[in-house]
Design a binder for this molecule. Structure first.
Ligand code: PGA
Length: 255
């Protein structure tokens, strides 16, 4: 855990919850989770629900919000896409880039992810850059190589600034299978080294690196106790307000 950053608990709702369900969620979540000044909580609803989220959290400035993906260009004839600048106009704070579902389903490769991160930074939003290996890559022994490539391609295309990262092993996403604390700790160290080697220099020590992949109330404490795990990115378990409240309120021990 870096000394400076507050632990960050992020919810990635993927293609779940329209504006109505978003408002219902915020109502229930607000009644079971009170603001904790020692941590940050960030939600990534579907784009169509962002305004509903912003509106329904106007009394909860502790609940931050971001967009799940942006187009790599500022504007243009790209039917169905949203630019980072547009997202910033809605009053968002954050944007995800490089989630493995984007990489797999939409062909977001390292270069495209790097371009998106550039647009996100230009628009004043804060990116969370997702990296992670597939099961085949892990079994083939190329974990370090894959993570280094993913991290360095992003860093190579910009002046190294303070980015937030999420290490999400693809085999742990939505599978119920979580990386062991040892595996998570090892991968976070590889990501940190890659940041250091990729031009991130001393920023590597303070870089916030989240863990993602089947995080739930039963494993949050063990994961947050791992040195180098600065927070979590939660999919499935973030859809339930009570479960996500338990995750966000987890004891942080002596970190
Ligand atoms: P999961 O998803 O918690 O459902 O595994 C995590 C993610 O994809 O960010």
């Amino acid at each position: 855990m870096s000394m400076r950053a507050k632990p960050l608990f992020a919810a990635n709702w993927k293609m779940f919850k329209g504006p109505r369900e978003t408002e219902e969620f915020v109502g229930r979540f607000s009644s079971v989770y009170s603001a904790h000044p020692d941590r940050r909580v960030v939600f990534f609803p579907p784009s169509i629900s962002l305004e509903a989220f912003v509106r329904s959290t106007d009394q909860r400035p502790d609940l931050e919000v971001g967009i799940q993906d942006v187009h790599e260009e500022v504007d243009g004839a790209h039917t169905g896409s949203i630019s980072a600048l547009m997202a910033a106009q809605v009053g968002l704070d954050w944007a995800l880039a490089g989630h493995s579902e984007r990489r797999r389903e939409f062909g977001d490769d390292d270069a495209l992810v790097a371009a998106k991160v550039g647009r996100i930074l230009d628009s004043g939003l804060r990116p969370i850059v997702c990296v992670g290996e597939t099961l085949e890559e892990r079994e083939a022994g190329v974990l370090t190589e894959v993570l280094e490539r993913q991290v360095r391609t992003v860093l190579a295309s910009m002046d190294a600034g303070p980015l937030t990262w999420a290490y999400e092993p693809v085999w742990a996403i939505g599978t119920g299978r979580t990386a062991s604390p040892e595996d998570a700790g090892q991968a976070h160290e590889i990501v940190r080294q890659a940041i250091r080697g990729g031009g991130g220099g001393e920023l590597a020590d303070s870089a916030v690196i989240l863990y993602g992949g089947s995080v739930k109330p039963s494993n949050i404490e063990a994961l947050m106790a791992v040195p180098g795990v600065d927070g979590v990115l939660v999919g499935g378990a973030s859809l339930d307000p009570e479960a996500f409240a338990v995750i966000c309120a987890c004891p942080l021990g002596t970190r």
